[in-house]
Design a protein around this ligand. Sequence first.
Ligand SMILES: [Zn+2]
Length: 191
Amino acid sequence: MGMFDTIHFEKPIPCAACQAQIGSIQTKAFDCALDDFRIGDCVGHAEELRIVRESLFCDACHVLDRQWIYLVVYRGILADIASDLATAEAQLRSFSFERLLLWYHDLYAQRERERRNRCEVEGFLHDVASWYEEGCDQMSHAEREKHWLLFLRHGSLLESATSPVAAIRAYLDERKSPEKADQLDGTPPSS
Ligand SMILES: [Zn+2]
């Protein structure tokens, strides 16, 4: 079997035969790169306007080719998933530019969140490496004070950790806490 992409539904669709919930389908209509797509994601080129019919497959009763869905692709973006062709065609005709702008806004915010998140993790890895390379773990508290500015963000975590592994563990635990997640989410993007 060749490659495919997975389309995830916003809400699971009940199987017509056994009512089991179907949460996604596989399709070969796009780049077939084992990608995961949801409504609002870019699946093709900007000139693409099309409707792709796909059969639902039920994992519970293995029924295939009894239920169809229609993927609405507007300007290369998966704009909607309709249960019949007439709805899909109507979606394609009435697609609103404002909706496209909202998606763009969401995708930009998501990119910024991921970028901040990556910078934060890289910063921590850098601090752990420097802390032990510079022998801060062997220093007296007074000696460490001189280095403190270099480790403003993670200094107290590193000081209370007994080893690099303990520091990483403490960092992972801290990131799991809800306040920390909020903090990462709420940081305004730096320019
Ligand atoms: Zn079924």
